[in-house]
Design a protein around this ligand. Structure first.
Ligand SMILES: *Cc1c(COP(=O)(O)O)cnc(C)c1O
Length: 370
C-alpha cells in the first residue's frame, strides 16, 4: 500500500486534513439514491449556506473548483454575451480563458500581478458600454496573494449598474469574509480542498434569483454542470450524477468544525495567521509580492524569491529536509516568487515551522538578509 508520511503541507490547496475527518471519510459506502444520502446532502447543503451567508440555492458538484466556475458561466450566459473581467494573476486569467472558450465577448481589464484590481476601471467600462451583461472577478488571487476589493466591485456591479456578478471564491470562501447575500453576489464558486479541510473532489456554488433569471435565456452548452438538473434532483435529496460520497462524509465534519468555531472565529484566525506570516517573512529579510498590504491575502502569502536563489532547490530542500511543502509561482511568476498557503486547517505553529525551516535553509542556498 502507498504510504505518504505526514507533511507540513503549506500549498494554497490542497490543504491538510484533520485526523478525525480522514476517519469520517472511511465510513461505509452508501447508495446515493437512498435515505442516508438524502439526510447527508440536506444537512451539508444547509450548513454550506450558513458558511456562504446566503439563502440562495446552493449546489454541491463533484468536480474541482474549476467545475463550479464553469457552471457559473454556462448556466447564465450565451455565446456573444458581453462580459467585463478583471484579472491580476493566473486564476483571473483562467476564468477569462474559460469564458472565451464558451464564446463570451470579454472586455478584459489587466492589472499588475501583485496589485489589486481597480474597481473604478470596472465602473468605467460599465458606464461606457450599457450592453455588458455580467462582471467576472476572482475574490482572492491565489497566484499572487492578493485579495481584490470584492465588496466595492460588487457594489458597483450590482447597485450602480445592476449586472450579473460571477465570483471565483475558490481560495477565499470559508476563510475570508464573503457574505454572499449582503454583498449581493449572484454566482459564487469554491472548492473542497482549500478552506474546507477535506480532499479535492467537491465544488460548491451559490445561485441567486437573478442568476436563475439569466439561466432561462442562457444558451452556452452544458450537461454535467447543468444547474437546473442539480436543482431538480436536490429537491429529492440527490445529485444528477454519482457524487463523491466519501468527500461528503468529510465535508459534514469539516462544516461542523467551521460552524462550531464560528465564522467570526474562522475569519479571525485566518486574519491573525496571515498577518503573522507576513510579519515573520519580513523579519527574515524577505519581501512580499503584494504592493499594498491592505490587499494582502490572509489565505496565501507570495514571497519574492531573492535574487540569485534557485527556488526549485530551496523548495526541494524544504520538502526533503524539513518536511515543509511550499508552492512555487505560477505563469510569469513561476521562478520569481514562492507561496505559503495558510488556509483551512492551519495554526500559528504550522507557520512557525515554515519560518524556522526557511531561517535555517536560506543561508545554505546563498541568501544573506539585508
Ligand atoms: C485553486 C483555485 C482555482 C482552481 O481550483 P481547482 O480546484 O484546481 O479547479 C481557481 N481559482 C482560485 C482562486 C484558486 O485558488
Amino acid at each position: 500500500m502507498l504510504k505518504i508520511e505526514p507533511q507540513n503541507l503549506r500549498t494554497p490547496g490542497p490543504t491538510p486534513i484533520p485526523d478525525d475527518i480522514v476517519e469520517a471519510m472511511g465510513n461505509p459506502m452508501i447508495n446515493h439514491r437512498g435515505p442516508e444520502f438524502d439526510e447527508l446532502i440536506t444537512k451539508v447543503t444547509a450548513q454550506l449556506k450558513q458558511v456562504f451567508m446566503t439563502s440562495n440555492d446552493l449546489f454541491i458538484l463533484t468536480a474541482s473548483g474549476t467545475g463550479a466556475l464553469e457552471a457559473s458561466l454556462v448556466n447564465t450566459l450565451s455565446p456573444g454575451d458581453k462580459v467585463v473581467a478583471a484579472t491580476a494573476g493566473s486564476f483571473g486569467d483562467r476564468f477569462i480563458d474559460m469564458a472565451v472558450a464558451f464564446g463570451a465577448d470579454i472586455t478584459r481589464l489587466d492589472f499588475e500581478w501583485g496589485e489589486p484590481v481597480d474597481p473604478d476601471a470596472i465602473r468605467q467600462v460599465l458606464r461606457d458600454d450599457p450592453e455588458v451583461k455580467a462582471v467576472m472577478i476572482t475574490h482572492n488571487e491565489t497566484s499572487t496573494g492578493v485579495t481584490h476589493p470584492l465588496e466595492e466591485i460588487a457594489r458597483i456591479a450590482k447597485q450602480e449598474f445592476d449586472k450579473l456578478l460571477l465570483v471565483d471564491a475558490v481560495s477565499s470562501l470559508g476563510c475570508l469574509p464573503l457574505p454572499v447575500d449582503a454583498w449581493d453576489c449572484d454566482l459564487v464558486g469554491t472548492a473542497s480542498q482549500k478552506g474546507f479541510m477535506i480532499p479535492p473532489g467537491l465544488a460548491f456554488i451559490s445561485v441567486s434569483e437573478r442568476a436563475w433569471e439569466a439561466q432561462k435565456t442562457a444558451t452556452m452548452p452544458r450537461f454535467y454542470f447543468d444547474l437546473e438538473e442539480a436543482k431538480k434532483t436536490l429537491e429529492r435529496g440527490q445529485t444528477p450524477f454519482t457524487p463523491n460520497v466519501a468527500a461528503m462524509y468529510g465535508l459534514s465534519l469539516g462544516l461542523d468544525k467551521i460552524l462550531d468555531e464560528g465564522l467570526e472565529g474562522v475569519f479571525g484566525r485566518h486574519a491573525a495567521i496571515g498577518q503573522h506570516t507576513r510579519d515573520r517573512i519580513r523579519e527574515l529579510g524577505l519581501e512580499l509580492l503584494v504592493s499594498d498590504e491592505r490587499y494582502a491575502s490572509n489565505t496565501v502569502t507570495a514571497v519574492k524569491m531573492p535574487e540569485g536563489i534557485d527556488g526549485r532547490a530551496l523548495m526541494g530542500r524544504l520538502r526533503t529536509e524539513k518536511n515543509v511543502v511550499l508552492a512555487g509561482g505560477q505563469g510569469k511568476l513561476s521562478t520569481s516568487i514562492f507561496r505559503i498557503g495558510h488556509l483551512g486547517h492551519v495554526t500559528e505553529d504550522d507557520i512557525e515551522e515554515v519560518i524556522e525551516a526557511l531561517r535555517e535553509l536560506l543561508p545554505e542556498v546563498g541568501f544573506s538578509a539585508g
